[in-house]
Design a protein around this ligand. Structure first.
Ligand code: BGC
Length: 263
């Protein structure tokens, strides 16, 4: 059926975003002109072990749920260069070396763009959210199963920074201060917030930051965390909360594939 001009504009600005995380694979349709979700989120628990085959099946399930037929965007919680996975700390090591772009296209029949989850969230926040219009260096940190980092300088992403893997207090920073300590290991939020602050103080010594964006599902408890933060840099909760990865994935697909696949 031919679409009129108005319907066409609506159709071409919508892309599917899929966010593969350590605990869930989430998807939604996103208006990439505004960054708004135009569908409910659909979430499937990340299979364990999170092997390529098992996770690819879940991605396919998410695509099928939305009956999506166009190009789409997908995040991965590890270093991702030209669609290839180089690290998979919180996933199955079988992912390392896999060209996720090729694998997802083979299993779904659709074109896809793949990027690191925190990088996607940083793109979304700097385009539509808490980093929008901020000059200089903005750092988004996502606190979840691990700690992800997305570094943006004057609106441009410096991909795959991996600050959650800095060695800190004799361990990886994400083992010291990831939100899973609160969400799954029952650490008191005030103890955890003090740890996060120590980490932020350390990061602030390394970068001259205009703003730190505090992301991940736990950002909804930012009011309880903020009193423990002593860093000089302004720290703000992510405006898109836990949807930033989905929005960034969809937006990146929109940038790469434009309207060609979706009208
Ligand atoms: C991974 C990062 C990822 C972060 C959050 C870390 O363990 O190495 O690439 O962004 O977890 O998922």
């Amino acid at each position: 059926m031919a679409l009129n001009e108005c319907e066409r504009k609506v159709a071409v600005s919508v892309f599917l975003g899929v966010d593969i995380g350590g605990s869930g694979v989430k998807g939604a349709l996103v208006d990439v002109a505004t960054g708004e979700l135009v569908s409910a989120r659909y979430r499937v628990a990340t299979p364990r072990p999170a092997t390529p085959d098992a996770v690819l099946k879940v991605v396919e399930q998410v695509v099928r749920h939305f009956e999506w037929k166009g190009a789409f965007g997908c995040t991965f919680p590890g270093v991702t260069v030209s669609d290839t996975i180089l690290t998979a700390e919180n996933m199955d090591p079988g992912w390392v070396g896999v060209n996720a772009g090729v694998a997802i296209t083979e299993s779904t029949g659709l074109r896809v763009t793949v990027l690191n989850d925190a990088d996607a969230a940083a793109i979304a926040e700097s385009t539509f959210g808490a980093g929008s219009g901020v000059r200089g260096t903005v750092l988004l940190l996502t606190f979840g199963t691990g700690i992800g980092s997305g570094l943006i300088h004057d609106g441009v992403l410096v991909a795959n920074t991996e600050l959650g893997h800095l060695e800190f207090r004799g361990m990886k920073a994400e083992d010291y201060a990831a939100a899973r300590l609160v969400e799954r290991e029952d650490m008191r939020i005030d103890w955890w917030a003090s740890r996060v602050n120590e980490f932020l103080v350390h990061v602030e010594r390394l970068f001259a930051l205009s703003r730190i964006i505090f992301g991940g599902g736990i950002a909804k408890r930012f009011d309880e965390i903020e009193p423990f933060l002593t860093v000089q840099t302004r720290v703000v909760p992510a405006a898109l909360l836990n949807n930033a990865g989905i929005v960034g994935a969809a937006y990146t697909a929109g940038q790469r594939y434009g309207s060609a696949d979706n009208d």
